[in-house]
Design a protein around this ligand. Structure first.
Ligand code: ADP
Length: 620
């Protein structure tokens, strides 16, 4: 299954990627024109399950549509009657015709309004359902899934692709249906009105349509190229502006200006090409269409003069011809829209049907309450799907007893973070098993056992919400008092209270308003609030100032009391406080013991302690 989106595989993109700074913003959904089409219109059938609940709505809309299409086709008849009987003496008859025309107009208006309301509602409703279904599915996927597909692409699918489907369901399909009816009905009625003129029109149509189609296709290609260049130049500008200080520090402004200017000029050149093609197209379309109409009118006028046809019939015929031509034009436009919607459907269905490498069991076991928090690794070997050649964990055996605090140390890439990931069952081991209180994780419902884990990641996540809501994320039902108690225990109460609006202060997207130490204390408060028997802590590698460090350390001490705690440790203070230290190297556990015992052993740990913790030791 190709989960990687179409961007990057498109030839235009390939061409563009030669330019500098071409990387698209990974989290920005792509524009609707940028999405790949599908040749398989039948894929749209996959939308049926989402539409089925709204059958009644669709039926009513279809009735309104058939009614209005039928009425549109009767209008020319009314016009003929009026024209042909314009000079008749009985004004009563004339009044009747005009009254009938008024009634038709009223019905047409009402029917069109009804169809619009119903169909647009259907589009919005179905797309809302699809958006929810896709998000419901994706939010539960394991990390392996997100290694195959970028979050930016998932967002594009949820926003742009669903919008494409919405425009098709909410208008294009009904426009297509109406135009199809008008085309078929119009053709029949044209034939009935004048077989000779219809024959003439059928001869003219290809002569008009073919050049329009050829130029139209060329125009679409150029438009797309133009958009790609505009996107590329704005991506380039975004990158330069995002790193404006680096650009200026390296006095790179002139080069940045030149790059941006060159790309903007290229976009302009392409748009000139587009404008020229469009101008030709306009000239050709207007001339061909009008000469066609003039030709038909000329033949028709001669017939009228010869008494072969009434004026009204000629006008009726011309109106039908215009209706039919309009419907052909509309249908040709809609075809490409349907193809784009089919492409969008394919991508959404792919997300909905994606299977996860990590699955909940059909018949899950329950943990015996209260959960003690014993963690066991039995001979666990694991390689990340993205790097199958590297054993991230290699035959790891480990038992962490309830309440014990274990610090994991080792060089970067040794597998420490992977241990933490396995306990949360973000991945399943290739061999061996990870157990919580003696039960293998795959036998438990993920949502069940994760409830008993509290996680403090290395780079704490702060959501775009208030400080209070950020802490409450740890336990959504917690009261304000509980939130504040957790903050106090995490040494976060003072700085939060000092914020302009205290706990209700908005702490900004990704916590841009907070310092590193403050973010960590919020993350710790969140974990304290969760009050889980197992604490997983990935210590921050970045250095904090001494005061923050002391406060964070105090918060961690508070948190790790009386729970099973696994810490990926980077600080001597943490390591020394641990009941046990596990030294890892290249996915293996190479030593375990206390700080003093391991230093006395003189192995990797002693070396690490000398290198990494020298500053800390000096401060002791
Ligand atoms: P540590 O936390 O000790 O620095 P990790 O557990 O992060 O080490 O990594 C162990 C090994 O797995 C390393 O070789 C690392 O490059 C690799 N690795 C970690 N995460 C991923 C991932 N998401 N995809 C592929 N390889 C990974």
């Amino acid at each position: 299954m190709n989960l990687i989106g179409p961007q990057g595989t498109r030839p235009e993109q390939g061409k563009l990627s030669k330019g500098p700074g071409m990387a698209r913003n990974q989290t920005a959904p792509t524009a609707e024109e940028d999405r790949e089409s599908s040749r398989e219109i039948s894929v749209l059938g996959a939308l049926w399950p989402f539409m089925r609940p709204y059958r009644l709505l669709m039926f009513t809309a279809t009735c309104a549509l058939v009614l209005t299409a039928g009425l549109s086709l009767t209008l020319p008849l009314a016009v003929r009657r009026v024209v042909d009987n314009f000079r008749i003496s009985e004004s009563a008859l004339l009044n009747q015709y005009f009254l009938a025309a008024l009634v038709i107009a009223a019905l047409l208006a009402a029917g069109t309004g009804l169809r619009y309301a119903l169909v647009t509602r259907l589009g919005e409703r179905v797309v809302a359902d699809i958006r929810k279904a896709v998000f419901d599915r994706v939010i539960g996927m394991s990390p392996a899934f997100f290694e195959k597909i970028m979050t930016g692409e998932v967002l594009s699918r949820i926003t742009t692709d669903t919008t494409l489907i919405q425009s098709v369901l909410g208008s294009s399909v009904s426009i297509a249906l109406r135009n199809l009816l008008i085309f078929m009905g119009g053709m029949v009625l044209m034939l009935l009105t004048s077989a000779k003129l219809t024959g003439l029109v059928l001869l003219i149509v290809p002569a008009v349509i073919v050049p329009i189609m050829v130029l139209g296709r060329r125009l679409r290609g150029i438009s797309r190229e133009n958009q790609d260049w505009i996107a590329a130049s704005s991506g380039n500008a975004g990158e330069a502006l995002g790193a404006v200080q680096t650009v200026q520090a390296f006095t790179h402004e002139t080069a940045s200006r030149a790059q941006f200017s060159q790309m903007t000029e290229t976009a302009f050149d392409v748009s000139v090409k587009r404008i020229r093609t469009r101008a030709y197209l306009t000239v050709i379309v207007i001339f061909l269409v009008f000469s066609g109409i003039v030709g038909v009118l000329w033949m028709g006028a001669n017939d009228v003069r010869a008494g072969l046809m009434s004026e009204g019939t000629l006008i009726q015929f011309v109106i039908y011809a215009v209706l039919v031509a309009g419907s052909v034009a509309a249908l040709s436009e809609i075809w490409s829209e349907l193809q784009r919607a089919a492409g969008a459907t394919e991508r959404l269905i792919e997300l909905l049907n994606a299977t996860d490498t990590v699955q909940d069991p059909k018949a899950a076991q329950a943990l015996s309450q209260p959960v003690k928090g014993e963690i066991t690794f039995q001979d666990v070997s694991f390689a990340y799907p993205a790097r199958p050649g590297v054993q991230a964990l290699n035959a790891v055996n480990l038992v962490v007893k309830p309440g014990e605090t274990v610090a994991f140390v080792g060089p970067s890439g040794a597998g420490k973070t992977t241990i933490i990931q396995m306990i949360q069952r973000f991945y399943d081991p290739d061999q061996g098993a990870v157990l919580l209180d003696g039960v293998a994780l795959p036998d438990l419902q993920r949502a069940d056992f994760r409830q008993h884990l509290a996680m403090v990641p290395q780079d704490p996540v702060i959501f775009a919400a208030s400080a209070r809501e950020n802490i409450r994320f740890g336990r959504p039902g917690a009261t304000d008092a509980e939130v504040e108690a957790a903050a106090a225990a995490a040494a976060a109460h003072d700085f939060i209270s000092a914020l302009p609006e205290g706990y209700d202060s908005f702490v900004g997207e990704r916590g841009v308003m907070l310092s590193g130490g403050q973010k960590q204390r919020i993350a710790i408060a969140r974990a304290i609030l969760r009050d889980a028997p197992v604490l997983l802590l990935d210590e921050a590698t970045s250095a904090l100032d001494a005061e923050s460090e002391r406060l964070v350390q105090a918060a961690v001490d508070e948190l790790s009391q009386s729970r099973t705690t696994l810490i990926v440790a980077h600080r001597l203070a943490t390591v020394k406080k641990a009941d046990r230290i596990v030294v890892m190297e290249e996915g293996q556990v190479v030593a375990t013991g206390t700080h003093d015992a391991l230093v006395a052993e003189g192995g990797l740990y002693a070396r690490l302690a000398r290198l990494q913790f020298t500053d800390g030791l000096a401060a002791e």
